[in-house]
Design a protein around this ligand. Structure first.
Ligand code: 3PG
Length: 389
C-alpha cells in the first residue's frame, strides 16, 4: 500500500476519508477518540502544504436529506478547537470545493450523498475528481465498500493509506499474523451468535481464548453447569462445544469461569453475590466473572506474549459487576505483552478504568476491527492493495 507519509503533498489538493463517526448526544460529542486518533493525519497533511478536504460519515442518515441531527457540525467545532484554527463545514460539495494550500475544510456527512452506500461509480468519480491525492485513513469504515472508501480509491489519480489506517493495519498484523506467543484473545459480549465468526476464526490462532459476558454463560451451560436466569443461548450449546473441541484439538485452551458474580436482577443496585459456577441457582443471573477466575485470567494475561481484547467480561456499567473487567483491564495494561483493544464497549471500559496508557494499541474500529480479526479482507484495504500493484 502506498503511504501518505511518503508522498510530497505540497500544493496538492488532498481529500482524506476519516472515520469521525463519534457518538453525539444532544449535540455534544460523548467520546472523541476517533477525532484525536485522526488528528495527526490532518496535521501532517497541513504540514506538508496540502489543501486539505476531510470527509467522513456520521451515523446512518437517509441519503439525499440534510438534517441537523446528522450534521458533522459538532465535529467541525471540536476539530477546530483541537487544531487551533477554524474548520469550515462545507455543505454541498460533490461538484467542487474551494480550499487553498494550508487550509483545511470538513465536508458535510458523506452518507447524505445519494449513491454513497451503494458505492455508486458516478459519485465515486466525483469524489476522485475533487483531489490530486485521495487518502484512505478511515480504518473504522474500511470494512464498508462505499463510494467514499472503496469507490474513491479506485478512481482517484493517486490513492494511498493514511497514517492512522496504516498504524491500525500494522498493529493488527503484529497481534494476529505474527504474534509473540502465547497469544490470548478475550472475546466477551452478550451473545455468542454475534461473535460466532470471531470465535471460530480466533480459535484456530490463539493459545488461550478467554470468553466473557453472555458468551461465557453459553460456554458454562455447554459444560453442563446451571446458569439460572442468565443470558445464555440454548440453541448454541453444541456450537460452543464444537469451539471447545476445536481448541482442544490444536492444544489451545478455553478456560471457563470457576466462580461468578450473580444477582437476582439486572440492575445497578441488585445485590451481588460470589458463587462457584456449580452453585448458580435457578433465580440467579450471572453478571460478572468471580474473583478467583479474574485472578487466574489476570495471571494468564501477565504471562502472555500478545493480547487481543474485545469486550468487557461483565456488566461493567454497574460498579458491582465491573470488578472482573477492571482486574483484566489492569492486567492487560500491566502486562509486557503486545496488547490491542478494540470495539465500542471495550473502549468504554478502557476509559472507565483509566488503562489507556498501558495498552499497546487501541483500535478505532468496531466492525472493521472484528472483521479483520475474523480474517476477512477489508474492501477498502483490498482496493488500496490493488492500486499499489
Ligand atoms: C463504526 O462505527 O463501526 C463505523 O463508523 C462504521 O459505521 P457503520 O457501521 O454505520 O458503517
Amino acid at each position: 500500500i502506498l503511504r501518505m507519509a511518503d508522498l510530497d503533498l505540497a500544493g496538492k489538493r488532498v481529500l482524506i476519508r476519516e472515520d469521525l463517526n463519534v457518538p453525539v448526544k444532544d449535540g455534544r460529542i460523548t467520546s472523541e477518540q476517533r477525532i484525536t486518533a485522526a488528528l495527526p493525519t490532518m496535521k501532517l497533511a497541513l504540514e506538508k502544504g496540502a489543501a486539505v478536504m476531510v470527509t467522513s460519515h456520521l451515523g446512518r442518515p437517509k441519503e439525499g436529506v440534510w438534517t441537523q441531527e446528522d450534521s458533522l457540525a459538532p465535529v467541525a467545532a471540536r476539530l477546530g478547537e483541537l487544531l487551533g484554527r477554524e474548520v469550515p463545514l462545507v455543505k454541498d460539495w460533490t461538484d467542487g470545493v474551494q480550499v487553498a494550500p494550508g487550509q483545511l475544510v470538513l465536508l458535510e456527512n458523506c452518507r447524505m450523498n445519494v449513491g454513497e452506500k451503494a458505492d455508486d461509480e458516478t459519485l465515486a468519480k466525483k469524489y476522485a475528481a475533487l483531489c490530486d491525492v485521495f487518502v484512505m485513513d478511515a480504518f473504522g469504515t474500511a470494512h464498508r465498500a462505499q463510494a467514499s472508501t472503496h469507490g474513491a480509491i479506485r478512481f482517484a489519480k493517486v490513492a494511498c493509506g493514511g497514517p492512522l489506517l496504516m498504524a491500525e493495519l500494522d498493529a493488527l498484523a503484529k497481534a494476529l499474523l505474527a504474534p509473540a506467543r502465547p497469544l490470548i484473545a478475550i472475546v466477551a459480549g452478550s451473545k455468542v451468535s454475534t461473535k460466532l465468526e470471531l470465535l471460530s476464526a480466533l480459535v484456530s490462532k490463539v493459545d488461550q481464548l478467554i470468553v466473557g459476558g453472555g458468551i461465557a454463560n453459553t460456554f458454562i451451560a455447554a459444560m453442563g453447569h446451571p446458569v439460572g436466569k442468565s443470558l445464555c443461548e440454548a440453541d448454541l450449546l453444541d456450537t460452543a462445544r464444537q469451539i471447545m473441541a476445536d481448541a482442544k484439538a490444536r492444544g489451545a485452551d478455553i478456560p471457563v469461569p470457576t466462580d461468578v458474580v450473580v444477582a437476582p436482577a439486572f440492575a445497578a443496585d441488585a445485590p451481588a453475590t460470589v458463587k462457584a459456577v456449580a452453585e448458580v441457582g435457578p433465580d440467579d443471573m450471572i453478571l460478572d466473572i468471580g474473583p478467583d477466575t479474574a485472578a487466574r485470567y489476570a495471571q494468564m494475561i501477565r504471562d502472555a506474549g500478545s493480547v487481543i481484547w474485545n469486550g468487557p467480561v461483565g456488566v461493567f456499567e454497574f460498579d458491582a459487576f465491573g470488578k472482573g473487567t477492571e482486574v483484566l483491564a489492569h492486567a492487560i495494561a500491566g502486562s509486557e505483552a503486545f496488547s490491542i483493544a478494540g470495539g465500542g464497549d471495550t473502549l468504554a471500559a478502557v476509559d472507565k478504568y483509566g488503562v489507556e496508557a498501558g495498552i499497546s494499541y487501541i483500535s478505532t474500529g468496531g466492525g472493521a476491527f472484528l472483521e479483520f480479526c475474523e480474517g476477512k479482507e477489508l474492501p477498502a484495504v483490498a482496493a488500496l492493495k490493488a492500486r499499489a500493484s
